[in-house]
Design a protein around this ligand. Structure first.
Ligand SMILES: C[S@@+](CC[C@H](N)C(=O)[O-])C[C@H]1O[C@@H](n2cnc3c(N)ncnc32)[C@H](O)[C@@H]1O
Length: 272
């Protein structure tokens, strides 16, 4: 990770920026707050290196003339269209039963937002300090939103490596109904079999990938499956449609979509 990142802001938001800087520092990310005259498209174009910024809409990750945040508000329209019947993820995770669910790979938190909207009580885990801080800001903003606040109340954020968290839950016999896993996945699967041409990676994903390690050292999350199976009777793994199984373990059930699929693993003998 970059040793010290720039955190750009305008004079009006400097105090807010200093607060984010302190929070990031407590999570091991050192930032240098720099007050600029105008945070506009031109500024971002002229300052293309990976950085953070703070404006009226909160914390942003920026690079290459673009900026992104998890932006849960922008998901509202999608949430309003979603239903237990229409969403494959709802069937895979049994959301009709309003499960206690651990999403062990938060990312931008969009899957969790949908699952919480459809009834789940979600514990959302993310280990990346910058991503976690972006998520925390989106969550705080969602709590102030008339539509999203009810959803955000069902989401609890935890800054942790999931492996550590799941081990701790297993030791303490804290069982959940579902563990949901969506680890990073390289462009090619582990058999070097080309995945069908993927749709252009969205802007958010492009920036996200700048934060996370290159393909060669990408953590594919294989270790999480066995740990998840110790704390939930149902483990659901989201995969690109043609990807190999997580940890090479064949699931008991699959739901297939156009771009992705959900693999489910059931532990009927797990005592809860
Ligand atoms: C593909 S993204 C998940 C996308 C997410 N489902 C969404 O809807 O935005 C994977 C995320 O999991 C996180 N992650 C991977 N392994 C992890 C682990 N062991 N502990 C915590 N977070 C992890 C990565 O940092 C990354 O942000």
């Amino acid at each position: 990770m970059v040793s010290e990142m720039r955190l750009y802001t305008e004079a009006e938001f400097e105090q807010k920026a200093q607060q984010f800087s302190a929070v990031l520092s407590s999570r091991g990310v050192q930032t240098k707050v720099e007050v600029v005259e105008k945070l506009n498209a031109r500024f971002y174009r002229l300052n293309p290196e990976l950085a953070l910024s703070v404006d009226i809409d909160g914390l942003w990750l920026c690079a290459n003339g673009m900026k992104m945040q998890p932006d849960w508000k922008a998901e509202s329209a999608r949430l309003k269209r979603a239903s237990l019947k229409s969403e494959m993820i709802a069937r895979a995770c049994h959301l009709a039963e309003k499960p206690n669910l651990i999403d062990a790979t938060a990312g931008l938190g969009h899957d969790s937002l949908l699952m919480a909207h459809l009834g789940a009580n979600v514990t959302l885990l993310e280990r990346h300090p910058i991503l976690f801080t972006l998520l925390e800001d989106s969550h705080a903003q969602a709590m102030q939103d008339p539509f999203l606040s009810a959803v955000a109340k069902r989401i609890q954020l935890v800054f942790s490596d999931s492996a550590d968290y799941l081990i701790q839950q297993a030791v303490q016999h804290n069982m959940s109904d579902v563990v949901y896993l969506d680890p990073m996945f390289p462009q090619r699967d582990q058999n070097q079999q080309a995945i069908k041409k993927q749709a252009q990676v969205k802007k958010q994903m492009q920036l996200l990938h700048l934060l996370l390690p290159e393909d060669g050292e990408m953590d594919l999350g294989d270790n999480l499956l066995e740990l998840a199976q110790k704390v939930a009777k149902r483990v659901v793994v989201k995969r690109p449609r043609l990807a190999v199984f997580l940890a090479n373990q064949e699931p008991q059930h699959q739901w297939q979509g156009d771009a992705c699929r959900f693999d489910a693993y059931f532990q009927h003998d797990l005592l809860v």
